[in-house]
Design a protein around this ligand. Structure first.
Ligand code: DQQ
Length: 487
């Protein structure tokens, strides 16, 4: 498996004709992808590794796919970087992990999967990161934490604090809930358990149920605070990714708040972040499919990477999330409108497409009961996705009831309450990429989900207002250029 997956001409043609396959989001040459892994910028080059089943468009034996980029937008596929080794701790899969630089050597810490048990393993990278050499002494942590009734245990977040290496591992404690264990080490090889930095409560629904275990923990310094990002998991089911905002000190995380990382729930999962050489905190997440497995197998691909997001702590003490500025380089021809008054009507716009960026500024004090945009809309209304705002309640949602005529695609709405300040407009940046809709809401929240319109002409965009009026102060639309490298 030391070659780049070659995609035959017939499959390439099939992918080009596939109206659901994104063109400016990253995805592997073919077959299955899930979590981003080993994110790092090394000697100027961004490296994205990812959970990959190279054999089929469904989850299975996990390999590490690999791609490189100079701008986080145009990615070049590299050979598969890691495969399971028979009779070893990762014989059944190389599961998720992260990258650090150890004495000048980029090094991966990942979960080796053997007979349903995951253990921390190490692999050192060549200078171009194309080759990952597994440590002969794997696993580096052989036993589960003693004294805890562990329900699942895997995934890694590692950093050096100037004195020693710190490693977080996600887990669940039976009858309690998700937890994150802290270990420390002088050399990445010998680890000592320090204990949980935070444990959830699976019997608590408020403010959100946080699942039975936490996958893919990520501790992120933002300003003078920390985000602790965890992906909530329940037996056999991914639920959503949440984050605690609080402070991390001496092995304890003290949360001040907890909320969803993205309102798409399971449709944005297992994100990982890294610090770029320019000092930005960049996060990528997995956008799973929301259609039946059979549809993925027939399509020959499954799983998309989110756009690169920049995280920060804003002046108002909240987390800021914005699309990386490099994405602006993908903008093609555009159009701009100002002060559009929509009165209990649908106003089609002279723009259409499956690869678009829209920027909408809407007066949040509209009298309409519901207003917003229709996208991926067929002229006869048989298929359409609504991005709908209710000024009275401030709820923003993506309505997928009629997004697709195809059976089995997700139809439930995704949404949340936009925490707008007095007099603040609703400000949306919306990225549409075939089956992906990614929305950045007032630079603070995101909503990502998948839609699968089936008709070739379901490309329309319209503004609408129901039972009243709304004012769109500003609307900008750009056609987005394809960023995917030629397969
Ligand atoms: N995916 C990996 C695990 C991780 C899960 C396996 C999250 O390491 O917990 O493919 O999606």
């Amino acid at each position: 498996m030391n070659q780049i997956l070659s995609v035959d001409a017939a499959t390439q043609a099939k992918f080009r004709a596939d109206i659901h396959r994104p063109v400016f989001h990253f995805l592997p040459p073919m077959n299955w992808m899930n979590d981003p892994n080993g994110l790092i910028q090394w000697q100027g080059v961004y490296h994205l590794f990812y959970q990959h089943n190279p054999f089929e468009a469904k989850w299975g034996p996990m390999y590490w796919g690999h791609a490189v980029s100079r701008d986080l937008v145009h990615w070049e596929h590299r050979p598969i970087a890691m495969a399971p080794t028979p009779d070893s701790p990762d014989e059944d899969g190389c599961w998720s992990g992260c990258a650090v630089v150890n004495q000048g050597v980029p090094t991966m810490i990942y979960s080796g999967n053997r007979k349903g048990q995951q253990r921390a393993c190490l692999a050192a990278a060549s200078d171009d990161l194309d080759t990952l050499q597994k440590y002969a002494g794997n696993p580096v942590i052989a036993e589960l934490p003693a004294g805890y009734d562990i329900y699942q245990y895997r995934d890694h977040c590692v950093w050096h604090d100037g004195q020693c290496w710190n490693q977080l591992i996600g887990a669940g404690i039976a009858e309690q809930g998700g937890t994150v264990f802290l270990y420390q080490s002088p050399d990445l090889l010998n680890w000592e358990l320090r204990g949980p930095i935070l444990t959830g409560n699976m019997n608590k629904e408020d403010p959100l149920w946080s699942g039975r275990m936490w996958e893919c923990p990520d501790l992120i310094p933002v300003g003078e605070k920390h985000m602790l990002v965890v992906s909530a998991y329940s037996p056999g089911e991914i639920i959503y990714t949440g984050y605690f905002l609080g402070t991390y000190r001496e092995g304890r995380f003290t949360p001040e708040s907890y909320q969803k990382m993205d309102w798409g729930d399971r449709e944005f999962y297992a994100p990982q972040s890294f610090r770029s050489e320019a000092g930005e905190r960049i996060q990528l997440g997995w956008l799973p499919e929301a259609r039946p497995v059979e549809a993925c197998l027939a399509a020959g691909w499954a799983g998309v990477m989110s756009l690169p997001r920049v995280l920060s702590l804003r002046g108002d003490g909240r987390v800021g999330i914005r699309p990386h500025s490099q994405l602006e380089g993908l903008r093609g021809p555009g159009a701009r409108w100002e002060d559009l008054h929509i009165r209990s009507a649908v106003q089609p716009l002279e723009c259409a497409g499956r690869a678009l960026e829209l920027h909408v500024v809407l007066d949040a004090a509209a009298t309409a009961q519901r207003c917003g945009l229709k996208i991926l809309a067929a002229p006869d209304g048989s298929e359409e996705t609504l991005i709908r705002f209710e000024p009275r309640t401030r709820r923003l949602a993506v309505i997928r009831e009629r997004a697709s005529l195809v059976e089995g695609c997700a139809r439930e709405e995704k949404g949340g309450l936009v925490p707008l300040a007095q007099g603040e407009d609703l400000d949306l940046r919306i990225f549409i990429d075939h089956s992906v809709v990614e929305i950045f809401i007032n630079g603070r929240e995101t909503l990502s989900c998948r839609v699968y319109p089936s008709t070739a002409h379901a490309t329309g965009v319209a503004l609408f207002a129901e039972e009243g009026e709304c004012l769109v102060r500003e609307l900008e639309v750009w056609e987005m250029k394809a960023a995917a490298p030629a397969d």
